[in-house]
Each structure stands twice: as structure tokens, then as C-alpha cells.
Design a protein around this ligand. Structure first.
Ligand code: NAD
Length: 311
């Protein structure tokens, strides 16, 4: 198994490091446009491997796509991150060109790869990667909901004073501060609805904190976060390469599911060796449906911006 991570910045390097630590492939390639960055970080990870008993070949590449040839999975993290006060959507112009170019270059050498898109605005970048590549829809997966769900579970565990390992919680919809939908109704603490333990006001605060989870970190750190985003990318890759069939909220192309079409949006999907294999299309209540449709409208507006760009 060979996995390439494009973008050796904060998220890409963390994702590659997690992939290597979990030995998800025999070979991991880290590619960046900045001369020396990926080689340096790759070598650093290789040295860490000798301490941590990991047996993975890690190669850095300064924009040489030949080294990525025959990758099974490619994770795209290249692009600008947001700065304090910025929305993910403000990154569209620069990142659209980067994501489109990277996708084309990767496909020259790895025509059968499954793509995981992390660059923001992720829902629109996933749509762009799908439309510009013409690949089968199951091979393009946007990662945002796994991270947002991790943040949801973090805030729930803090409110409940319990281990996040006992919690189930899913965030669907767009990967934006105002477009994501933490499904508080369906969250459970060891199978028991969290509403049995937390009052409505606390649950509302958990949902609100989740939605601005990324912005909170960006304000604290000065740039967007990387530990949880990198880990979220790696567990998505793990479910692909180990064919685990895990159900994760991922950004995928909808053709009528959840009442939406011609859009990539976060919904629960089964992730396995073929990419996303099945959409879990369950019934939302009226309030959730309205929020989902509103989220779709916002993402569709963002997708329309692509038409105004010279790509
Ligand atoms: N989807 C999510 O859940 C999520 C979470 C966090 C961050 N992000 C996004 O991930 C992206 C990366 O964030 P980061 O914090 O790692 O940023 P970063 O600036 O640390 O790293 C980005 C890297 O991309 C590289 N790059 C730029 N253009 C490139 C190209 N054409 N080819 C190869 N490499 C190129 C840069 O040199 C840089 O090293 C941002 O768009 C950010 O908003 C998404």
C-alpha cells in the first residue's frame, strides 16, 4: 500500500505522521511545493520511526510527482489555512487553483487513487476535485465531518465529565462555522441519549461551541489547528486501506440523498477499500432537514463562486 499526502504543512505533516505511526502503508510520500520542506519533515518522521518501532518508508518530494506514482490513497492538504477572523470560505480563490492543479498532477501518476480532500473550503474543494477530475464519485471523499464530530464529542465529554470513548456523536452538513449541524438529538453516552444527562441549554452550548470549534483554535493559535485535523485524515485513510467499513460523516457527492443533488456535503457514509461505499440515508426531523437544506444553499453559493474563477 502506498499513500501520498500533498502539503507538508501543519495538517499534512501531522496526517502523514499518524499514517506512519499506525503503519497504514508500506510507503508514505509527503509532497510540497516548498523546496526541502517535505524532505526535511519526512526525514524527521523516519528518525522518529526508529524510536517508535514503525516500519514505514517515508519519502519527501519537492513537487516531484513521479515519486507519488501508484499511490493507492492521496490526501490533499495543500493550500492556505485561515488566519484569525477569516472564514474557511475566504480561501476559495487561491485554494481552488492549488487543489485542481494537484489533482491533475496526481492523476498522471496514480490514475486509480482514492482522494481525500482536506483543503478548505473543503465542501467546495471536494466538489471541484470531483468535477475537474471526472473520477467516479466514490473515489473523492472530503474530510471535515470527522473532525467536527471529534470536536462535538470533546465538548460533550467536557459537559458530561466522561470519557469521549463512551460517546457517539455526528456532525453533518457543510464544514463551515454556520453550515455544520451537530446532531444533538442522536448523540449518546454509552447508548443512552445525552439529553438524559444534559439539559437543553447545555446541549445548545455544546453545539454552538462545536460549530466555532475551528475558529476558537485559530484565535488561540494564530492559524488553523492541525493535531485533530491530521488525526481525522489518518483515521479516514485507515478505514479505506484496512477496509474497515467504518461509518463516518464525510463530504460526498449527493444524487438525491437527503433531498439534495449535484453537491458535495457531509453525510454519514460507509468507508472501505473502494472509497465511500454507501451513503447512510436516514430520516432527519423537520428542524434538522431545514438546517441541512440551509447548509446546502450556502455550500451551493460557494460552489457557484468556482464559475467566476479562472481555473
Ligand atoms: N477539512 C478540515 O477539516 C481542515 C482542518 C484544518 C485545516 N484545513 C485546511 O487544510 C489546509 C492546510 O492547512 P495547514 O494548516 O496545513 O496549512 P499550512 O500552511 O501549514 O500547509 C499548507 C502547505 O501546502 C503547501 N502548498 C501550497 N501550494 C501547494 C501546491 N501547489 N502543491 C503542494 N503543496 C502546496 C504549502 O507550501 C504548505 O506547506 C488549509 O486549507 C486549511 O484551511 C482543513
Amino acid at each position: 500500500m502506498k499513500i501520498t499526502v500533498v502539503g507538508a504543512g501543519a495538517v499534512g505533516a501531522t496526517c502523514a505522521d499518524n499514517i506512519a505511526r499506525r503503519e497504514l502503508a508500506e510507503e508514505v510520500v509527503l509532497l510540497d511545493i516548498k523546496e526541502g520542506l517535505s524532505e526535511g519533515k519526512g526525514l524527521d518522521m523516519l528518525q522518529a520511526s526508529t524510536l517508535l518501532d514503525c516500519d514505514v518508508k517515508i519519502t519527501g518530494s519537492s513537487n516531484n510527482y513521479e515519486l507519488t506514482a501508484n499511490s493507492d490513497v492521496v490526501v490533499i492538504t495543500s493550500g492556505l489555512p485561515r488566519k484569525p477572523g477569516m472564514t474557511r470560505e475566504e480561501l476559495i480563490g487561491t485554494n481552488a487553483n492549488i487543489v485542481k492543479g494537484v489533482t491533475e498532477n496526481i492523476l498522471k501518476y496514480s490514475p486509480d487513487a482514492i482522494f481525500v480532500i482536506i483543503s478548505n473550503p473543503m465542501d467546495t474543494m471536494t466538489y471541484l476535485a470531483l468535477k475537474s477530475s471526472g473520477l467516479p464519485k466514490n473515489r473523492i471523499i472530503g474530510m471535515g465531518g470527522i473532525l467536527d464530530s471529534a470536536r462535538f464529542k470533546t465538548y460533550l465529554s467536557l459537559a458530561l465529565n466522561c470519557s469521549p470513548n463512551d460517546l457517539q456523536g455526528t456532525v453533518i452538513g457543510g464544514h463551515g462555522d454556520t453550515t455544520m449541524i451537530p446532531l444533538t438529538r442522536l448523540a449518546t453516552y454509552s447508548g443512552v441519549p445525552v439529553s438524559q444527562f444534559l439539559d437543553a441549554e447545555t446541549l445548545q452550548k455544546v453545539a454552538a461551541d462545536t460549530m466555532v470549534g475551528g475558529a476558537t483554535l485559530t484565535k488561540l493559535i494564530g492559524t488553523s489547528a492541525w493535531y485533530a485535523p491530521g488525526a481525522a485524515g489518518a483515521i479516514l485513510v485507515e478505514s479505506i486501506v484496512r477496509d474497515q467499513k467504518r461509518v463516518f460523516p464525510c463530504c460526498v457527492y449527493l444524487e438525491g440523498e437527503y433531498g439534495q443533488s449535484d453537491i458535495c456535503l457531509g453525510v454519514p457514509v460507509v468507508i472501505g477499500r473502494n472509497g465511500w461505499e454507501k451513503i447512510v440515508d436516514f430520516e432527519l426531523n423537520d428542524e434538522e432537514k431545514a438546517a441541512f437544506n440551509k447548509s446546502a444553499d450556502a455550500v451551493r453559493n460557494m460552489n457557484d463562486v468556482l464559475k467566476t474563477l479562472e481555473l
